[in-house]
Every structure is written in C-alpha cells, then in structure tokens.
Design a protein around this ligand. Structure first.
Ligand code: PLP
Length: 848
C-alpha cells in the first residue's frame, strides 16, 4: 500500500478539475464502499488495487446512468433526426478520467479518494493506471471516430456509434532484442466496467445460402445465421447531461449452430463448433492503410452493417413524437430521420444491405429504394494510397453474400447507363468508372460503390479533398461535382488538452477562462500574451515539468539518461513507408556522424523519440523499427556523444501513451511525402499542446500553417505538384545519393552493417528500398529536411522566440477541434443543427 499521494495538494490546486462539493464527496465515498462490498465482494483486508479501480469505475458509472437513460428517453420523445456513425474501429483508450471530466466530478472524486487514502492507501492516479485501453482501432481513423463520439455528445446530437466489440484489440507491442513482437490484447480479461450487454436486442445476421426467384422478387434462402449481441457503452458529452450510446456487436452462435453434428448425434462436437461463428468478433485486423482481402474481415464488415441496419430500421419504425406513439410503416421520411456516415469503405456494404431490405423485405420499388439509400448515406474517404483501397473479389462476395453481389451488379448497371448518357461511346471512361474491375481477378471497387451510393463524399483535409477531386475520383467528380465536400479532421480538446495536460489547461484558464474547452477558437485570445514575459515563463515552466515527468518514466523504462534540457523531438504514429520514419532516422544518423567528426563543435542537444506499431505482416515496417533500435543502441552508448543526442524507440504506442508523451514534446515530426497523408490528427494534438511542427505541405499541416502563419511552423520539402513532377520525370535516388555526402554516408553505414556489426546484411533491404524502389522519394527531401532541422536547432537556442512560436501554435489551434468538424458534418451533410442547450439535471430513479 502506498502512502497518501504527496502530489495530491498539487493536483487539487489545478482548478480545471472542478469545484469540490463536500456533499458529493461524502456520497461518493459511500458509493465507492458499497461497490467494493457488493460489486467486487471484497473487504479492505483482501481488496487488491484492481478491486479499488473497479469500485471507483463503477462509482463513476453510477453518476452517469440516470443521464444516459434520460438522454435516450428524451430522444425517443422528441424524435429528432438520428445520426449513425458506422466504423469498424473505435480507438477509445481509457474512460475513467474522461468520464469524470465530462461529468464535472473529477474534483469530488479526487477528494473522495484522497480522504479514503488515509484508511486504504489509495492513490487515484495509480488506480487510473489499472484501466486497460479500449484499443479497438489501429491509428488515426479509429481515434477520429472516438473524438467524433465525444464531440457529437457535446454538441447534443442524437448520435449513435456502431461497431464491433472485438475480444482482442490492437496487439500489444513488445520490443525484444530490438525487434517488434506482438502479444494479444486480452483487454476484457478483468471485465469491462463501462459496458452493458443487451441480450434482449440480439439480432440475426445471415451468410452464404443462395438467391431464389419468388413471385414478388428475390429471396435469399438457406443461409447460415450468426447472432449479433449488442453491448452498449456510454458516451458522455462535456458537462451537458447528454449521454449518447456506442453500440458494439459481439458474435454469438445460434443454439442450432452446427446442424450436421446435431443430426448425427454428435452433441459434443456441435457445442465445440459454436466457437467458429463467434470468431467473427474475435480480433481487430491490425492493418493501417492496407487492404488485406481476408474472408473473415469481409464477414466482420457485413456482420456490423447487417446488425446495425436492423437496429436503425427498428428504431425508425417504433418512433414516438410528443405524446403520440406511432409505428411508421412507410419509408418516405427515412432520409429525413436517419443519416448514416460511413467511416471509410469498411462499412460500405450498408449501401447494398439497405437496398436489399427496402426492395426484398419492405417491397419498395428499386428506384424508390435507391432514392432513399443515396439520400441517407454519406462516405468519408481516408486515404489515396492504392494498396489501402478495398476491392473485394466477386467470387468471395458470391459465396458469402450472393444477394448483395446481384444488387451491386444492378447498381452498377444503372450507374454505367448514367455515365454512358453523359459521355456516349466513351468505353474507356465506362471501364474506369465501373464498380466492377475486370482486369485480373474480378473485383468490386468499394470506393466506387460508396461514391455512387452516397449523397456526400468527403476528404479529411482541404488538400486531400482536392486530390480526390482532381486525381483519385476525378471521373466521379465530373459526373456529380455537387457530392464532393471537405471536412478537415479535428481532435477533442477535452482528452487532448484538459485531460492530458492539466497544468497547461490551468494557465490558459487563468488568462481566458474555461469556455475554450467547448469553444476552442477562443484560444486565439492568447495571442495577446505571445510576447508577455510572465506568460512565456509559465508556458516554459509547464513544458519543462511535463518533460521532466516524461524523462523519469523513460529513464525507468529504457535505462537511458535523458537530458531534459534537450529538444524533445517526437514522431509517434503507425510505422509506414509513407510516413517516412526513415527520413527521421537519417537525420539522427547525420547528427551522430557530425558529432563523431567534430566532437567539440557546438551542438544543440536532442532527444529523438520514435514510436508506433508496424502491421505484423508488413516486413519493411518491422525492419524500420529494428533499424531505429539499432541506431539508438549505437548512438545512446557512445561516450563521445554523451548527452548531446539520444534516440529512443517508444514501445507500444497507443492512446494512453500519446496522452503522456505529447504534452512533453518540443518538436512534432509530420514528415510524410506530400500527397500521401490524408489529414493526420497527431499533428493537431502536438500543436494544441505547444509543440512546434517540422512538416511537409501535406494533409492538415497545410491548414495548420495557414492558421498560425508560416513563420510559426518549420515547413520543408516538395509540394504535391513537385512530387508529381519528379515522379513523371522519373525519380532516381542515386542523383541525391551521389550529390549529398552526408546522405551517402548514412546509407553506406546502413548498407554496410555499421549499425548491425553481428549481421552486416541486416539492413541491406532498407538501403535497397531507399536507393531503388522508394515510392515515397525519401532522399529527394533529405537536403531540405536536414537544413530545416538545423534551423530548428538554431531557433531552439532563442528560448523567448521558441516559446512565442509555441504560444502562436496553441492560440491558432481552435480550428482543429473536432467540435468544429462535427458542426460542419451536422450542417453540411447530415442536415441537423448542433444543440448547445444542456439537458435538465437528472433525478434519482423512483422507488419501486
Ligand atoms: C492520434 C493518434 C494517431 C494518429 O496519428 P497520426 O500522426 O495522425 O498518424 C495514431 N495513434 C494514436 C494512439 C493516436 O492517439
């Protein structure tokens, strides 16, 4: 048992944690003790720290249920248009602290735990560390869905997230002998205190079978059924008494799952085989920006979509307005009452599934059904990388979803008639725009299906949306320009500032009050104090404290001495060639070579941190991790280098680690090849926390530079146009290798085994990629990157200038609140109005 937390007094001083009400504290302690006793079935003599965490989580959840029930009741009675966000990923991280913050009870909970600590030795921060991350996502796309849920609840939208309750989330990354090893993420092992199973709303999902002609049309028969069991998760808005629902489906085998064995009397085998159907929700596919055409993944996508659409239609039909209950029998008002947002093409089977229900089950005409479907659905594109675009073989669809394949063909038929009507005789255009690709194995292009089946298509940053219109989907833009939109991504300021950086939140509040957490554009007021020495000193102090705290964690975890006065230079994101962790690595090697060449030359100290998971099947990405670890080994243990330069690979980057690292960053690395990163959201988290960015004109970096002014960001490298020009001219890495001696030395060292003396060939393939098949033109940006890094070091030495730039970053980050993004989706795609009104405070449930 630890002593009462000595940080408590400090934590209490932080006013963003809310005013402490003595009555709340007393009630909270009672609730906590009751949960320890009745829910955990423990007394204080035998309770573990984990029991205390669960007692705390259940007590916090109790504060939320009345608001949850009331919110859902309110939606039922007012019958507003519902927004359905469909995503195969929700990268939620932890919920305890976020829930306390959004309910405005963090101060009371802190105080209650502090008081309890005299008798139980509880440290609330230690308890918070026992919560498992809900890692149901890979990276930016999944985290975006989580930020959107927070913003939709905060903006009072009648919104629902729908997804899959994976039993295993994104793998845990271990680094063993400098290599990534994956461990299964058994996140539900100790139970999930937030979710509520809803077996009464379990729904059937069909697979396989075949299609027959019946009098009224088509019928999908002889299918195999898997049940979808919903688990509801509360999504509290920020201090507005709204609690929305994230409904995650878990696969459940039907009782009569394996008829063959039951009929043969092999009861034991039949029960054992129930596992097969339940594999559908077993595990999250760990690919980021990569399509792997696996049958189980296709089943996951349809499973989520089929269960969700049944739920949406059930809720649409059983509506109540005011005191009038009525069962809707027609679908005329469906698009006025329902908006479905597809998070990438992963849930795009919603389009043929909605058509199937409306035509085959509800007996609407094809044209009527198509009008309803396209007015309901909207599609967000997240990538232009060709290897990431979903293209399912028709053979796989034919076997698993035969009726959907027929519907897709029929959609394609009318679509191509429209194309032919606009461009008569243009066979090449028809081939390019078809939903069906005929070269090689026949496949369905799911992006084409999504565009045709939606009334709105959006990219996730301005430059990305422009690329969609003039390159990737140019033909479709020419057919229906009015469908194409931009919705620049955002992040929730509650988790990415209030929660992760309370000290910075507090000094912001001292200056401009507390409204900024829901009106982030108010941060612009901070510009007044950009040159103010006192405010500058406070900003520097908070950053230094955050750096010191991270240093202590790193020294403990990695056994590397950290110079907390050095530049904390951080690149955290999934490992991918297009994100160019290799370019960063080349910079570190360059600095190392300079120190070795001239050890007594002045040097601005740096601690470079790189973190991120590689997809388990992405050989080169794993090799990049290995190279970073090997370079780190050489650099960190060279006595000549000392504390001038360190390179640390951060193990197991995930939401919880992001919350600890980002507040301590001086420099944020956003160095993808221009035209490849759709938006990025990591870039926004760093900006909001006062790190400066070194980056290319890619994704949201472009708009960040515009907001803060180009004098406050370190932009380098080729533009999209220059990348295009170099590619058409023909990129030859040797041009740069032969011209740039520092680059040549780095590559020769990688090539020749300098960082892998025990196996000189270890990194040959990396050198080969850089010199021979680098699609991402790393060496073409090397020179301008190194020059800009040298400038970064120079500016860092001028503390007052650096902090002034940092203040401009914070003050300019208002646009990048996901509240702004969601307000735009609401008005420009979903046709609903944000509602800033609070719902009434809840009262306790009536006695039975
Ligand atoms: C924000 C976030 C990302 C996305 O980072 P990018 O730099 O935009 O790729 C990925 N993983 C985690 C854990 C995040 O929090």
């Amino acid at each position: 048992m630890s002593l009462p937390n000595s940080d408590h007094e400090k934590r209490k001083q932080i006013s963003v944690r809310g005013i402490v009400d003595v009555e709340n504290v007393g009630n909270f302690k009672k609730t906590f003790n009751r949960h320890l006793h009745y829910t955990l079935v423990k007394d204080r003599n035998v309770a573990t720290t984990r029991d205390y965490f669960f007692a705390l989580a259940h007590s916090v959840k109790d504060n939320l249920v009345s608001r949850w029930i009331r919110t859902q009741q309110h939606y039922y009675e007012k019958d507003p248009k519902r927004v359905y966000y469909l995503s195969l990923e929700y990268y939620m991280g932890r919920s305890l602290q976020n829930t306390m913050i959004n309910l405005g009870i963090q101060g009371a909970c802190d105080e209650a735990m502090y008081q309890a600590s005299y008798t139980m030795g509880l440290d609330i921060e230690e308890l918070e560390e026992l919560e498992e991350d809900a890692g149901l996502g890979n990276g930016g796309l999944g985290r975006l869905a989580a930020c959107f849920l927070d913003s939709m609840a905060t903006l009072g939208l009648a919104a629902y997230g729908y997804g899959i309750r994976y039993e295993y989330g994104i793998f845990a990354q271990k680094i063993k002998n400098g290599e990534q090893v994956e461990e299964p993420d058994d996140w539900l092992r100790y139970g999930n205190p937030w979710e509520k199973a809803r077996p009464e709303f379990m729904l059937p999902v069909n697979f396989y079978g075949h299609v027959i002609d019946v009098a009224e049309g088509k019928k999908w028969v002889n299918t195999q059924i898997v049940f979808a069991m919903p688990y509801d998760n509360p999504i509290p808005g920020y201090k507005n008494n709204v609690v929305n629902t994230l409904r995650l489906w878990s696969a459940k085998s039907p009782i009569e799952f394996n008829l063959k064995f039951f009929n043969d009397g092999d009861y034991i085998q039949a029960v054992i085989d129930r596992n097969l159907a339940e594999n559908i929700s077993r595990v999250l596919y760990p690919n980021d920006n990569f399509f792997e055409g696996k049958e189980l993944r296709l089943k996951q996508e349809y499973f989520m979509v089929a269960a969700t659409l049944q739920d949406i239609i059930r809720r649409y039909k059983s509506s109540k307005f005011g005191s009038r209950e009525h069962h809707r029998t027609d679908f005329d008002s469906f698009p006025d009452k329902v908006a479905i947002q597809l998070n990438d093409t992963h849930p795009s089977l919603a389009i043929p599934e909605l058509m199937r229900i409306l035509v085959d089950v509800e007996k609407l005409s094809w044209d009527k059904a198509w009008d309803i479907t396209t007015r309901t659905c909207a599609y967000t594109n997240h990538t232009v990388l060709p290897e990431a675009l979903e293209r399912w073989p028709t053979s796989m669809l034919e076997s698993i979803l035969p009726r959907h394949l027929q519907i897709i063909y029929q959609i394609n038929h009318s679509h191509l008639q429209n194309v032919a009507a606009k461009w008569p005789g243009n066979m090449d255009r028809i081939r390019r725009m078809s939903l069906i690709e005929e070269d090689g194995e026949k496949r369905v292009n799911m992006a084409h299906l999504s565009i045709v089946g939606s009334h709105a298509i959006n990219g996730v940053a301005r430059i990305h949306s422009e690329i969609l219109k003039d390159s990737v989907f140019r033909d479709f833009y020419e057919l229906t320009p009015e469908k194409f939109q931009n919705k620049t991504n955002g992040i929730t300021p509650r988790r990415w500032l209030l929660l992760c950086n309370p000290n910075l939140s507090d000094i912001i509040e001292e200056k401009i009050g507390s409204e900024w957490s829901v009106h982030l554009e108010q941060l612009v007021q901070l510009k007044k104090w950009a040159k103010d020495p006192v405010f500058q000193r406070n900003i520097v102090k908070v950053k230094q404290e955050n750096k010191l705290r991270l240093s202590q964690i790193l020294e403990k975890d990695y056994g590397v001495r950290i110079n907390s006065a050095s530049i904390f230079d951080i690149q955290v994101k999934r490992i991918h060639e297009y994100k160019r962790q290799l370019l960063n690595c080349l910079h570190v090697i360059t600095l190392y070579n300079r120190i070795k060449k001239n050890p007594s030359a002045p040097f601005v100290p740096r601690t470079v941190m790189i973190g991120g998971k590689a997809a388990p099947g992405y050989h080169l990405a794993k090799k990049i991790i290995q190279l970073i670890c090997s370079v780190g080994n050489v650099v960190n243990n060279d006595p000549i280098v000392g504390d001038k330069l360190k390179l640390i690979f951060l193990e197991n980057y995930r939401v919880t680690l992001a919350e600890k690292i980002i507040p301590a960053a001086d420099l944020s690395e956003q160095i993808s090849t221009a035209g490849t990163e759709a938006s990025g959201t990591g870039n926004m988290k760093f900006m909001l926390n006062g790190a400066l960015t070194i980056g290319t004109l890619d994704g949201a970096n472009v708009e960040m530079a515009e907001e803060m002014g180009s004098e406050n960001i370190f932009i380098f490298g080729m533009t999209v146009e220059e990348v295009e020009a170099l590619k058409s001219k023909g990129y030859n890495a040797y041009d740069y290798y032969n011209k740039l001696p520092e680059a040549k030395q780095c590559i020769d060292q990688i090539q020749g085994g300098f960082f892998s003396p025990n196996n000189p060939d270890e990194f040959r393939d990396i050198a080969d990629v850089l010199l021979k098949w680098d699609r991402f033109l790393t060496l073409a940006d090397y020179e301008s990157y190194i020059k800009m890094q040298d400038y970064v070091s120079k500016v860092y030495q001028d503390e007052s200038k650096w902090v002034e730039m940092a203040i401009h970053n914070i003050a300019s980050s208002g646009k990048f609140s996901s509240d702004r993004t969601i307000a735009e989706y609401a008005r420009e795609i979903w046709d609903v109005e944000p509602n800033w009104q609070k719902l009434p405070d809840p009262h306790e449930p009536r006695d039975i």
